[in-house]
Design a protein around this ligand. Structure first.
Ligand code: NAD
Length: 483
């Protein structure tokens, strides 16, 4: 058998093997086989990375903003030049359709660098003049070494969403991508070398969460941790980091409602709901997994929705025409199928999908699940309370706006919500009453990178995006001068 490619860590500007010499298999979910290996790093590699970052941080912080900005633009250029290579790598690593990686994931990774390359130039301080007493002004200073930990669902997109603002703000970074999808982070390390990023400014350590992730979280020389992932992991990180008084940004799970009022444009609601339910196999934290439809239009909506979902083809993510690919791993596929069984035990009816898919050819051992619609479950059941994070939605009718709000707000999560209505007053009223960090009215996943991003309740603490991210990655100092 040919030897598999071994990925490397990126420490102190160099591609570096793990100190232990141990590797983990990297599985292609659509094929169900290992196709490369990633470092099974541990606290020794993290220690080297933090030491390199600590050495590099002062010079990087002192580098003129224009030069930092130019380097980040250069990284964005290289990501754009490598679009095809990166999109293919992301599709193989994650199981997502290559067309989605090409049009969403990789362009957004470049946009993250571009956006923060210019945002840092526009990052201002404030001045407050107290007549005859003092002049106060704020100084935003880098925290030093920032820790960035990201999940597998939008691998390069979310990894760079953290790294770019941390670097732009003048920090050195120790970053850990998900062990489930390490490939594009590895390619990013090569891009950073080619771009001429100074050694130690960005360090990427691959491996498991409880070894590498935790070592970053508890390292005394990493004062800020930006984490995106599951709520249970976020809890564990918060418990470790809080006694050390670290700055923490936690972007966690969701169980997002999608409310369709009878006065909505049903054609648009239907077309977008197909995407918001099943894009990336439902593995986007912002997917709407609980759909509430007002009684008057419930049957009409359901007839069309069920018919379209039953026709959705699941297949090889590397095929250009594929819209629904593989779920990310065997364990995740079983988790999703277990939830579908649980939904039936709880009294739910599967009206579309519900089964594993076994395609022919090279994907016959891959991890595929049919897009699935479940009805007949009330809000209190586990299926409606717990994050499934797969191509599974529940649908339920409602009578009044008050009932819709009670259902929508009836879980422990509060990441995003979508509302479909043509009534302007209702749109604003419902948006204000929803317990969610992001509310979309008559649209979904429309993002302006300047806006705050984050969740309420168990969906997280802190806001990313725009100047919020730059504020997170800096200490704000108040200087007062007597006048
Ligand atoms: P996860 O929590 O299992 O892992 C996320 C990252 O944390 C990985 O890199 C993992 O290795 C690392 N990790 C695991 N245990 C750790 C520990 N003890 N200490 C430090 N790091 C640790 O999440 P996942 O399964 O990779 O991703 C899916 C989850 O992410 C879903 O819950 C989804 O909703 C959430 N998510 C949230 C957002 C958001 O912006 N709110 C965006 C995308 C995904």
């Amino acid at each position: 058998m040919a030897t598999m490619e071994k990925l490397s860590n990126y420490i102190d500007g160099k591609l570096t093997p793990p100190v232990s010499g141990h590797y983990l298999d990297n599985i292609e979910p659509a094929a169900g086989t290992a196709y490369s290996q990633l470092p099974d790093s541990d606290e020794q590699d993290v220690a080297l990375a933090v030491a390199a970052a600590t050495r590099a941080a002062p010079a990087w912080a002192a580098t003129p903003i224009e030069k930092r900005s130019a380097l980040l633009h250069r990284i964005a250029d290289l990501i754009e030049q490598r679009l095809e290579e990166l999109a293919r790598a992301e599709s193989i690593d994650n199981g997502k359709p290559i067309a989605l990686a090409r049009t969403v994931d990789i362009p957004r990774a470049a946009a993250n660098f571009r956006y923060f390359a210019s945002a840092i130039i526009n990052f201002t301080s404030q001045a407050y003049v107290t007549p005859d007493k003092g002049l106060n002004y704020t100084l935003h200073q880098p925290v030093g070494v920032a820790g960035c930990i990201s999940p597998w669902n939008l691998p390069l997109y979310l990894f760079t969403w953290k790294i770019a603002p941390a670097l732009a703000a003048g920090n050195a970074v120790v970053a850990k991508p998900s062990e489930v999808t390490p490939m594009t982070a590895f390619l990013l390390s090569k891009i950073c070398i080619e771009a001429g990023l100074p050694a130690g400014v960005l360090n990427i350590v691959h491996g498991l969460g409880n070894k590498v992730g935790e070592a970053i979280v508890v390292h005394p020389d990493v004062p800020a941790i930006s984490f995106t992932g599951g709520t249970a992991t976020g809890q564990r990180i918060a418990a470790k980091a809080a006694p050390m008084f670290k700055k923490l940004s936690l972007e966690l799970g969701g169980k997002n409602p999608n409310i369709i009022f009878a006065d909505a444009d049903l054609d648009e609601a239907l077309a977008t709901t197909l995407r918001s339910s099943f894009a990336n196999q439902g593995q986007i934290c912002l997917c709407g997994s609980r759909i509430y439809v007002q009684q008057e239009v419930y049957d009409k909506f359901m007839d069309a929705f069920v018919a379209k979902v039953r026709k959705m083809q699941v297949g090889d993510p590397l095929e250009e025409t594929t819209k629904t690919g593989a779920v990310v791993s065997e364990a995740h596929m079983h988790k999703i199928l277990d939830y579908i069984r649980l939904a039936q035990e709880e009294g739910g009816t599967i009206v579309a999908g519900g089964e594993r898919v076994v395609p022919e050819g090279r994907c016959r051992n891959g991890y595929f699940v049919q897009p699935t619609i479940i009805t007949g479950l009330d809000i209190g059941c586990r299926t409606n309370q717990e994050e499934i994070f797969g191509p599974v939605v529940t649908v339920q009718p409602f009578a009044t706006e008050k009932e819709a709000l009670a259902l929508a707000n009836g879980t422990g999560y509060g990441l995003s919500a979508t509302v479909w209505t043509s009534n302007l007053q209702r749109a604003h009223r419902v948006a204000a009453a929803l317990q969610a960090g992001i509310v979309w009215i008559n649209c979904w996943l429309v993002r302006d990178l300047r806006t705050p991003f984050g969740g309420m309740k168990q969906s997280g603490v802190g806001r990313e995006g725009g100047m919020h991210a730059l504020e997170f990655f800096t200490e704000t100092k108040n200087v007062c001068v007597k006048v």
